[in-house]
Structures are given as structure tokens and as C-alpha cells.
Design a binder for this molecule. Structure first.
Ligand code: MFK
Ligand code: FAD
Length: 515
């Protein structure tokens, strides 16, 4: 047709076009490390905008399916994932999306490198970052408490860069009686003398990475010695242990698992989330018996940071796209970027994104330090550990709400086009929304904060508030900044930015000077 055609708003390379992420990395990384990793970050972002974008479209059009019976009515439970989904696994391995963190080439900074790359890769890998998050968590648990055999046979594959060796992991906790309250788990693990392994049976209500190679799962341990646990099983969460199991054998046959059905979800459509019936799944105990919740919490604390990454990535892409549209869309005789009211909307979105990006990387930095620096050092034991433990649930709950808010604003920035499926904003909005629920809902994470405060006898909160107090002191509550903070939320965002910026000596100087 003839007539007006809108100039298409395209971003070529999020890393090159987003000054925020670059400035955060400049602040947190030594310059030689940043210099060395920059070409890789540019490369992955370019991949996401081209090859990745094409894969994503196909993943969404051609969603996973379940073929439960063969033509002779035999139960087969074949999970049919798309070629594009599998391609993401190859790319994840090749790009070292998990491996970078465990190779630790740059010591504490490897986490920052890995997660910066992951944010940029997210734009082209969609929800493949979900199995990757759980794989990362599983690798960490095995590294911390796994047996040598688990390290040789599983950890080495979870952290491999070789696509033919690379394994992904699931995380099966949620059951029908309780997802937040896992103490109501019905699944049981019984020792099987013949197979020299635990035999696990029950029903897992949500399994996101049903195509994973291995999984970490919680089950109620059936104590083989009644003198140890007279009722043979302990109630509540203190009766649960953590197990590691292969999902399929080398021939692809499911390990005592029946796929009940695939979930029909509001979003995350490309992700094969299923209900699973376990009947004699063979598994190995991980760590001490009855310490299941504690042991799986190492996964939770990593995947919750991954939720922050997912939110940061979605916000980064939507903000860049909204800004690009504002440079091209003309209304009432001027471009959107010249309309003060629209500019104010974009500025608020920018503020939210900046805070989320800063906050996410601050937590990632702490994670890298706690994983690589001697844990007996007071600065790690008494500061970084409790601070990371306190900030992780805050990051997860806050970034999830923020990202959903920003995605709604981004949709509006595009007017009617924003509401059209083709622009992909609806998809991003539906997908990012899940971060408010999985890996712990907002209220459950709020209660987790209380748990941290009581377990550290308030020390974690003390460290946090001391830092905030130090940041605020030069402002004396009267600065232009404080006066201009319109709402409590905006105030919190600004505190988050200042809090994270304060984490370096250089940042401190700048802030003090600006005050
Ligand atoms: C793109 C990003 C993708 C991310 C991947 C997403 C894929 C989707 C995967 C999922 O959704 S997996 C399922 C996630 N499920 C949850 O997050 C469960 C939410 N519920 C909670 O977090 C509850 O608070 C909890 C299950 C932990 C309550 O369990 P309990 O046993 O009733 O708690 P309790 O008794 O307070 O704590 C037991 C122990 O664990 C305590 O240690 P001790 O035994 O030494 O005293 C706690 O300190 C410890 N603990 C609990 N949470 C912890 C923790 N330790 C460290 N960190 C934590 N977060
Ligand atoms: P409930 O625990 O019943 O929560 C219902 C409501 O009660 C929530 O609003 C919650 O905040 C509130 N609530 C709970 N406890 C309290 C309290 N003490 N005080 C106040 N309010 C409270 N799980 C897995 O194990 N593995 C997976 O791979 C996985 N993938 C998922 C994929 C998707 C797309 C989704 C949506 C979920 C997935 N989950 C997975 C499940 C997810 O982790 C749970 O749904 C979540 O933890 C909440 O549990 P629930 O659904 O049982 O809700």
C-alpha cells in the first residue's frame, strides 16, 4: 500500500547502545579485565539481535509438545522440543554461559563477566536462561557438597563448553500441597539395596526444564533404620533430603518419570514446563540427610539472582527500544523524544532500569567475592556473606515488580503497536511477569528477609543500614536530590543507585563531591 510507513525502531547491539551497563562494568571491573572481555560482550549482543532473534521467533511459534502414546498405545512420554530450543543449548555451551563462572579465569570478576554476558545473551535466548539458571545452581551445589563421582560425572558436564558433553539441570521442589511451603512434600525416597541408590516416587507439580539431563530434587527420606527415626519418616521440611538424578539414561529412556502433561501457561511458552509423576526414579543423596532445604538453598540463592538478570535484560531491551521509537515517531509536529511528557515517562523508566542494573551487578559482585575469596576473612564472613544473603531476596522481589512495571510503560510508549503481538512487547511482559512467582513469591521472599534478620541477629540489617547511613550522611536530608525524590519508590530507587555506586572508593568520592 502507499502512504505513511513508520520508520522501524531497531537496536543493533544492546551492549554498544546502553551506556548504563558499560558504566556499571567500568566501575566494578579492573580495566584490563573489561578490555579483554569487551569483544565477547559485543559479539554475544550482536548474536542476540540477529541469529538469536530468529531462533526466538521460531521457539515461540513452534512450542514444545508432548507425545504421550505411540501408535500402538504404548506410553512413551516423548517431549518434543523444537530444533531452535536445542540450538540454544549448543550456543549456551559454546559461549560458556555457565562455564565462565566456574573456570574463574578472572577470579571474583568472572561472575560479573558471566552475568553480563548472560544478560546480553538473554535477549536472543529467551527463556533458555531458565534451565541455565538451574544448571548454574546445580553446579554450585555439587561444587560445595557433591561427591567426587558427582563432580566427575555431572559437574564437569554442567560447566562444559563442549556442546556434545554439556548437561543442563532441573530443580524440582514444588508439589501440589505446597510450592512455598515445601515442608508439605509428598515425594518419598526409599533406599534400594539392589540398585545401591535411592528410589524416588511422588508427584512434581512444576518442572520447567523437563528436557534437562539431570535434576536436583527434594524428597522425604524413608529412614532405613527405624531406631534412627521411629516413624520411618520425619514430618515437615526437616524430613526432606536433596537428591541428584539423571532425567533420562544414555538411550533417552526416562528414569522412572512419567510426563503427566505440559502446563498451559500465560507466558514462557517456549519453556517445556510439565507435571511429572515419579515412580522409582533412581537418585543419589546430595549432602547430609534431612538437610534438603538448607542444601537446595544454594541453588535458590543463585537462581534468584538469575531472576534479577532476567529482569535487567528485559528492562534493558524494552527501554532501548522505547528510546529508539521516540527518536523515530512523530506526533503533533515533533518527535516523541521532543515531547516533555513523553520524555518524563522515558526518564522514569530509565531511572528504574538504572537502579535494577546497578543493584543486580552489586549482588553479582558479592556473589563472585564470596565464591572466590577466602571465606574466613572477616570482610567476607562478616560483611559480604550476610549482605548477599539479605540483598538476594530484595533483588529478586523488587526487580520482578519493577520489570513488569517497565514493560507496561514500554507497551504504552509504542501506542497501539505496543499491544500487537508482532512487536514482541506482550511476550516480554508475559514472560517477565513469572519472576514474581517462581523461585519464591514476593511475600515469601519478604518473610525470607525476616529469616535472615533473625538468623544473623540483625547483623545483616545493621551492615545494610550502616552503609545506607554512610551514603546518606553527606546529603543531610536536605540536598536537591532528596527534595526532588517525588515518591517513596523513587526514593528507594535512588538509594539503590547510591548504595551500589558507593561500593567503590571512586564511587564514594563522586557521591561525596556531588553532595
Ligand atoms: C531466568 C531466571 C530463571 C530462574 C529459574 C526459574 C525456574 C523455576 C524454578 C522454581 O520455581 S523452583 C522452586 C522454587 N521454590 C522456592 O523458591 C520455594 C519458596 N519457598 C521458600 O523459599 C521457603 O521460605 C522455604 C522453602 C525455604 C521454607 O522452607 P522451611 O524448611 O519451612 O524453612 P526453614 O525451616 O526456615 O529453613 C530451613 C533451613 O534452610 C534453615 O537453615 P537451618 O536448618 O540451618 O536453620 C534456613 O536458614 C535455611 N534457608 C532457607 N532459605 C534459605 C536458607 N538458607 C540460605 N538461603 C536461603 N534462601
Ligand atoms: P503457594 O505457595 O500456594 O502460594 C499462594 C500464595 O500464598 C502466594 O501469593 C504466596 O505469596 C502466598 N503465601 C505463601 N506462603 C505465605 C506466607 N507464609 N505468608 C503470606 N503469604 C504466603 N517449581 C519447581 O520446583 N520447579 C520448577 O521448575 C518450576 N517451574 C515453574 C515454572 C513456572 C512458569 C511457574 C509459574 C512456576 C514454576 N515452579 C517451579 C513453581 C513455583 O516455584 C511455585 O509456583 C511458587 O514457588 C509458589 O508456590 P505455589 O504455586 O504452591 O503457591
Amino acid at each position: 500500500t502507499t502512504g505513511f510507513k513508520q520508520d522501524v525502531p531497531e537496536i543493533q547491539n544492546a551492549f554498544l547502545e546502553d551506556p548504563v551497563m558499560v558504566s556499571v562494568l567500568e566501575r566494578l571491573l579492573p580495566s584490563d579485565v573489561l578490555k579483554e572481555i569487551t569483544p565477547d560482550l559485543v559479539q554475544i549482543s550482536g548474536w542476540s539481535m540477529t541469529e538469536g532473534a530468529a531462533l526466538l521467533d521460531r521457539m515461540e511459534e513452534d512450542q514444545p509438545r508432548l507425545r504421550q502414546y505411540d501408535s500402538w498405545c504404548r506410553r512413551v512420554d516423548e517431549l518434543l522440543v523444537t530444533e531452535s530450543w536445542n540450538k540454544q543449548k549448543t550456543v549456551a555451551a559454546r559461549e560458556g554461559i555457565v562455564a565462565i563462572a566456574y573456570e574463574r579465569k578472572y577470579g571474583q570478576y568472572s561472575r560479573i563477566y558471566q552475568m553480563a554476558k548472560l544478560i546480553l545473551w538473554s535477549t536472543g535466548s529467551g527463556l533458555y536462561t531458565c534451565p541455565i539458571a538451574m544448571t548454574d545452581g546445580c553446579a554450585r551445589v555439587i561444587e560445595l557438597i557433591g561427591t567426587q563421582e558427582m563432580k566427575d560425572e555431572v559437574y564437569s558436564r554442567l560447566t562444559s563448553r563442549d556442546p556434545s558433553k554439556f548437561f543442563t539441570s532441573g530443580q524440582w521442589m514444588t508439589e501440589r500441597p505446597g510450592g512455598s511451603d515445601v515442608g508439605r512434600t509428598e515425594t518419598q525416597a526409599v533406599w534400594d539395596e539392589e540398585r545401591n541408590a535411592w528410589s524416588i516416587s511422588g508427584f512434581k507439580w512444576f518442572s520447567s526444564a523437563t528436557d534437562a539431563d539431570v535434576t536436583m530434587l527434594l524428597a522425604r527420606t524413608h529412614e532405613p533404620d527405624p531406631s534412627v527415626a521411629p516413624g520411618t519418616m520425619k514430618d515437615g521440611s526437616r524430613g526432606l533430603s536433596l537428591y541428584l538424578a539423571r532425567v533420562r539414561d544414555d538411550q533417552g529412556k526416562l528414569n522412572g518419570v512419567r510426563i503427566h502433561r505440559l502446563k498451559d501457561k500465560v507466558g514462557t511458552k517456549a519453556l517445556p514446563t510439565a507435571e511429572l509423576e515419579l515412580d522409582g526414579m533412581v537418585g543419589q543423596l546430595v549432602g547430609q540427610k534431612y538437610r534438603g532445604v538448607k542444601n537446595i538453598s544454594a541453588i535458590l540463592n543463585i537462581t534468584r539472582i538469575h531472576c534479577g538478570l532476567n529482569c535487567t535484560s528485559t528492562m534493558q531491551t524494552l527501554l532501548l527500544r522505547s528510546k529508539e521509537y521516540a527518536r523515530r515517531r512523530e506526533v503533533f509536529g515533533a518527535l516523541l523524544k521532543e515531547q516533555p511528557l513523553h520524555l518524563a515517562t522515558l526518564a522514569n523508566m530509565e531511572l528504574q532500569y538504572r537502579a535494577t542494573c546497578q543493584f543486580t551487578f552489586y549482588c553479582v559482585g558479592l556473589l563472585g567475592r564470596t565464591e572466590t575469596i577466602d571465606n574466613n576473612l572477616p570482610e567476607i564472613k562478616d560483611r559480604d556473606f550476610p549482605l548477599l544473603r539479605l540483598l538476594t531476596p530484595i533483588l529478586k522481589l523488587w526487580s520482578a515488580k519493577n520489570a513488569f512495571y517497565l514493560s507496561q510503560e514500554a507497551m504504552e510508549c509504542f501506542g497501539g503497536q505496543g499491544y500487537m503481538e508482532e512487536t514482541g512487547i506482550g511476550r516480554a511482559m508475559r514472560d517477565v511477569l513469572v519472576n514474581t512467582i517462581w523461585e519464591g513469591t514476593t511475600n515469601v521472599l519478604s518473610l525470607d528477609l525476616l529469616r535472615v534478620m533473625s538468623e544473623t541477629r540483625g547483623a545483616a540489617l545493621e551492615i545494610y543500614s550502616d552503609t545506607i547511613r554512610e551514603i546518606m550522611a553527606p546529603l543531610k536530608g536536605q540536598s536537591e536530590w532528596a527534595k526532588s525524590a517525588k515518591s517513596l519508590e523513587e526514593c528507594l530507587v535512588l538509594i539503590a543507585i547510591r548504595f551500589t555506586a558507593y561500593s567503590t572508593a571512586e564511587g564514594r568520592k563522586t557521591l561525596e563531591a556531588s553532595a
